[in-house]
Design a protein around this ligand. Sequence first.
Ligand code: HEM
Ligand code: HEM
Length: 183
Amino acid sequence: MMFRKEPERYGAVAQFFHWAVVVLIAFQYTWAWRIEQAAGIRDRFELVTQHKTIGMLVLAFAFLRLGWRLFHAPPPLPKHLANWEIWAAKLGHLALYGLIFIVPISGWLYSQAAGYGAHWWGPLTLPVFIESSEASEALFYALHELFVKLLIAVVAIHVLAALRHHFILRDNVLKRMLPQWRR
Ligand code: HEM
Ligand code: HEM
């Protein structure tokens, strides 16, 4: 079955969600940088709206991806790994799953607290359930900033681990998350 997991590697759907979220998150950091560089208030507002739209897409993908994952177990890790490596991988993946929810949710709450208004998703607006105020703006900004930094840190470790598997341990852990791999 084309869209289901094959025995030794991640299936096409799991791979699609993984790499789509990586690309969208890369856009998010680029957009945050562009917001900082924006010359005027209109440019800034437009970029923030785009940042919100991409971020809500990450949140939607996070729900779909978690739903898919609950019914499609990942391929088992290679047998040569020590217990601590297996636990580190599980903990790291759990943290990444958590962060792809927490980072957009903290951004959404910050956006409401800062008074950026109802978010446009095509013709739809998202509900606003936090009143904008100086205190809540400061709190949710600090949280969004903290979680985006945490995401960078965990992703950095995750990438180093993937490269270690590929170049040092020389196993199939990286390849099985890539599309073209054949056994
Ligand atoms: C994966 C998702 C997201 C990532 C990686 C991300 C990342 C970032 C980063 C790096 C910043 C700059 C923080 C700083 O100045 O130190 C930022 C700011 C911000 N984010 Fe997000 N964000 C995400 C999702 C969202 C969502 C879903 C919303 C709202 C619906 C949002 C709203 C905002 C707002 C309003 C700002 C402040 C913009 C300004 O400077 O005025 N973010 N985000
Ligand atoms: C925003 C960045 C990233 C996030 C949020 C992320 C998230 C995740 C998550 C949650 C998993 C577990 C998948 C599952 O079991 O369902 C995973 C697996 C994996 N990721 Fe990432 N990832 C990111 C970036 C990367 C990058 C840049 C690479 C490549 C260098 C990479 C390589 C892998 C590999 C090889 C696996 C499979 C590991 C295994 O078989 O156990 N990831 N990733």
